[in-house]
Design a binder for this molecule. Structure first.
Ligand SMILES: NC(=O)c1ccc[n+]([C@@H]2O[C@H](COP(=O)([O-])OP(=O)(O)OC[C@H]3O[C@@H](n4cnc5c(N)ncnc54)[C@H](O)[C@@H]3O)[C@@H](O)[C@H]2O)c1
Length: 251
């Protein structure tokens, strides 16, 4: 079996479920030592156990990405356990309420921005600091097709993901010459706890997708693994859309 990430470490946030968990497991399967990062309430142990069972290496680290100190501590822990940080996938995110802008509770707006935008800023800050010491690295920020074609009544989520696109691009520009590639991956509708919490059934949603099904989390993970890999050595500041053709639909 090919192990393109052998000898490398990878930190994945939101790795207790959904896209983050699938990415952590795939990176471990491809040889990386993985830091499985998420909230204390997340199933981080399940992801680590799945990696262990498959013969990989992983540690769980509890951290709330909206807290810059906790994020820095998480990256420091990766360095102390594994020696260096080579790859990161910033997947932690929340969807917020479905509500018109003038009815958006201020606290909901603040929370979504703190996790989805400030959270990735905290992660990039700590991850890039560590990668500058290695002299290379690769980071993927999980954005959304909603940063291209917003759903209505998702004000905070959409604003956070548009902001994340800008954050990804400026960081990519500033650190390219330091050997650090930073890209966005925008999933379409993916079967995860976040999608299921929205109340819709995957077969109902599938009708809207040109490929006629929602994505499995592993299909998004494969896109992230490509962007992190040497196969994408000349790719930075770009957005990989993995959406089954959703953005091709007329609005
Ligand atoms: N599922 C979809 O259809 C879809 C589509 C487009 C984009 N996305 C994005 O993909 C990413 C992963 O979402 P998912 O679908 O796997 O959902 P998910 O809910 O399964 O995963 C998100 C994870 O992030 C964790 N998390 C939330 N707040 C956190 C915080 N403050 N600190 C650390 N961890 C935190 C959650 O507990 C959860 O484990 C998100 O950024 C989401 O916006 C998902």
């Amino acid at each position: 079996m090919s192990l393109p990430f052998a000898g490398r470490t990878c930190l994945v946030t939101g790795a207790g479920s959904g896209i983050g968990a699938a990415t952590a497991e795939l990176m471990a399967e491809r040889g990386a030592s993985v830091a499985v990062v998420g909230l204390p309430t997340d199933s981080l142990g399940d992801t680590v156990a799945a990696i262990d069972k498959a013969g990989g290496t992983a540690i769980a680290i509890e951290a709330d990405v909206s807290d810059a100190v906790q994020v820095q501590d998480a990256v420091d822990r990766v360095i102390s356990e594994f020696g260096a940080l080579h790859c990161a996938v910033n997947a932690a995110g929340i969807s917020g309420q479905e509500v018109l802008l003038h009815e958006e509770p201020i606290e909901d707006w603040n929370r979504v921005l703190r996790v989805n935008l400030f959270g990735v800023f905290h992660c990039l800050r700590a991850e890039i600091g560590a990668m500058l010491r290695v002299g290379q690295g690769s980071i993927v920020n999980i954005v959304s097709v909603q940063a291209t074609n917003p759903l209505s009544k998702r004000t905070a989520y959409t604003a956070s993901k548009f902001g994340l696109t800008g954050l990804t691009k400026v960081a990519a520009k500033d650190y390219a010459e330091h050997g650090i590639r930073i890209n966005a991956l925008s999933p379409g509708i993916t079967d995860t706890p976040m999608m299921r919490a929205g109340g819709a059934q995957s077969d109902q949603i599938a009708a809207f997708v040109p490929i006629k099904r929602v994505a499995e989390a592993i299909e998004i993970a494969r896109g992230a693994a490509f962007l992190l890999s040497d196969e994408a050595s000349y790719v930075t500041g770009s957005e990989l859309v993995v959406d089954g053709g959703l953005l091709l639909r007329p609005t």
